[in-house]
Design a protein around this ligand. Structure first.
Ligand code: PBG
Length: 327
């Protein structure tokens, strides 16, 4: 049989397949999200996220050492406060849970690059991501609070801040506040296109941040929309975002691709708690192979165009990259 093109030629051996790979990734692009809680000597497994824990600040260093030892360079911190109130004051308190955690991290494992998730939902008694006016989240009032939260995280040692609240204008408000206070070199990674998603379910258990009433659809995006994501991305870039994030990842690969093609800044994707939980649950039931699924799903997210991946599988992925399973 005469054939000019035989695509199988390049699939003949593992060495060759690896040589011609189109998607490459390495550990330097992984960010591991972690939860810190008040109290002492706590390492409590999150029921809906087996293998993920809430740590008290005193137990955080051992967990951070593991991350660094795995070769994962960066951690994103979420705080779970003891007390919540209507304006989420624990989010910017000098001795707030996440501020204490940043100080501890910088003291004990300074080589890790620490990122702060800037939002209010873990800290508000109503569980919404901003200040309420009746039952509507007041955008402009919330901006001052977000800027304060970002500043307090940076003052406590955060190397980068990542606003996840989806208020309009928050990147500009945070940029201004950081610059006024001498932090013009601290980057902002904006959750630019963040969809109202059922994939956040396990996280809300982990962070105790489910809204007490209603949902987040008046600020997070409707998952029917694609062009709107570009509107969000470009307005965040105009406001000074340094890195653009798309979230969730797996059901939003089209949005990641479109963003990667359209912008000239790094694009991050957040593979969220529900994506983690589904793989864990399927593997526990014996329906799917955990390791192979972790590799395939993560690679698909990079293939879609992101160059940074936030994932609860960061340590596992670093190990698989070391073993040459992916990368
Ligand atoms: C805070 C925030 C959420 C997540 C990251 N930051 C929850 C939400 O918007 O309800 C979700 C992360 C995950 O599911 O892993 N606003």
């Amino acid at each position: 049989m005469e054939m000019t093109h035989r695509p199988r030629r390049l699939r003949r051996s593992p060495v060759l397949r690896k040589m011609v790979r189109e998607t490459r990734m390495d550990k330097s692009s992984l960010i591991y999200p972690m939860f810190v809680t008040e109290g002492t000597n706590i390492k409590q497994e999150i029921p809906t996220m087996p293998g993920q824990y809430r740590y008290s600040v005193d137990r955080l260093p051992e967990a951070l050492e593991e991350v660094a030892d795995a070769g994962v360079p960066s951690v994103m911190l979420f705080g779970i406060p003891d007390h919540k109130d209507a304006c989420g004051s624990g989010a910017w308190a000098e001795d707030g849970i996440v501020q204490k955690a940043f100080r501890k991290a910088k003291e004990t494992v300074p080589e890790l690059y620490m990122i702060g998730d800037v939002c209010m939902c873990e800290y508000t008694s109503h569980g919404h991501c901003g200040i309420l006016d009746g039952d509507y989240v007041d955008n402009d009032k919330t901006l001052d609070y977000l800027a304060k939260i970002a500043l307090s995280q940076v003052q406590a040692g955060a190397d980068m801040v990542a606003p996840s609240d989806m208020m309009d204008g928050r990147v500009a408000a945070i940029r201004r506040k950081l610059d006024e206070n001498g932090y013009c070199t601290v980057p902002i990674m904006s959750y630019a296109a963040k969809y109202a998603s059922a994939f956040y379910g396990p996280f809300r258990d982990a962070a105790d941040s489910a809204p007490a009433f209603g949902d987040r659809k008046t600020y997070q995006m409707d998952y029917h929309n694609r062009k709107e994501a570009m509107k969000e991305v470009f307005s965040d870039l105009d406001e000074g975002a340094d890195i653009i994030m798309i979230k969730p990842a797996l059901s939003y690969l089209d949005i990641i691709r479109e963003t990667a093609d359209a912008v000239d800044v790094p694009v991050a994707a957040y593979s969220v708690s529900g994506e983690y939980a589904l793989i864990k649950a399927g593997a526990k039931l014996g329906y799917v192979e955990e390791e192979k699924l972790i590799c395939e799903t993560a690679t698909s997210i990079y293939r879609a165009g992101c160059s940074i991946l936030l994932t609860y599988f960061a340590k596992e992925l670093a190990g698989y990259m070391d073993k040459g399973l992916i990368g």
